[in-house]
Write a protein that binds this ligand. Sequence first.
Ligand SMILES: [Zn+2]
Length: 409
Amino acid sequence: MKAVTGTVMDIRGVVEDAAVLIEGELIYDVIPRDGIGEYDVDEVFGGRDYLIIPGLINAHTHVAMTRFRGLGDDLPLSTWLNDLIWPMEREWNREELRRWAFLGLMEAVSNGSTTVNDHYFFADEIARAAREIGVRAFIGQTIMDLIDFPLAEPEEGFKFFKRWKNEELITPTLAPHATDTVSRDLLEEIGDFAKRENALIHIHLSQSREEVREVKEREGLYPVEYLQKAGVLDRNLIAAHGIYLNEKEVGLFAKSGATLAHCPTSLAKLEGSIAPTVELWKLGANVALGNDCAASNNSLDMVVEMKMASILNKVKAGPDKIGAKEVFHWATAGGAKALGIKAGILEKGYLADLVLINTRKLHFLPEGHHLSHLVYAANGSDVEMVFVNGELIYSFGEFPRIKMPSLSL
Ligand SMILES: [Zn+2]
């Protein structure tokens, strides 16, 4: 049995001088630190200066897009996507993508993510990289049929799902690209397949005004209405962005049980706007948090994403409407709920996906104020160890499972 000691914090509160006992892939119990001697513990991690939190869940990302970081900063979304990113993405080859997926996953883990929900091309390569690193990953092969994009053939999305559906750490999803790039026929087919397989659907929703206009022109419906009409708006849907939802769509979405994968940094940078997240949250919608890609974010740091989520939602909804408590919920329990995993809480019987943060730093002073310091003062570089499924997969800059030379670029 392993023991991880320090200050334990999840959405329910803080327990100082505690130990999380890990047996196999699960949390065996959370006990006072001085009680460790009563258990058969053979490895002890952490210590007095460590904050132990549930692993952060990056609910919307494209890890291989680390390849495009720093290109086209400060362009509007449609120019950035149509004129810069898509032409480069058409040129991807499998080997190159695999290397960048590796680097993106390593970056995410080293900044405290224990689970990623990825949406991209050559999804087999991303799945293999995730399996090698040992990170929990939900992965969908991006598909679309209203734009000619050879890497996004619909049939490949269903085949990918079937190839990966019996893995432990990898869960395949269905990943229609967005409401303006996927036809109603294809969305309905995806919905039927998802119901048969009890699969999650992961899609981009209302990330630009052009997308809303196109869907309205083509379908006579707003994007959320379109998802509902196609039969995919339910608790198995994770929709990223949603920045241009109108009031009626907010109500429909909240009632459906679907999750908004809120990516505030990326869309504030690309569109100068963020989703009506606070309204959705108040109406009972599930909210999870994502980095989106390193081409738009520009990092895969979920610790900083929490701060951005809080601050940007204050700008949109008012300074007293949202805070550290909510964004910590979105980054942990909200993501776990979206993905249907028993994680995001540090309690007996939950998955042992957790992160150790070293608080012996100037920006964690004065001591205490754990939630405030995590959300508003910390960053991903404070993460020193990451456990997934009870296994230490990141420790002081090293990834015990992988051989670094294979990553030479
Ligand atoms: Zn995205």
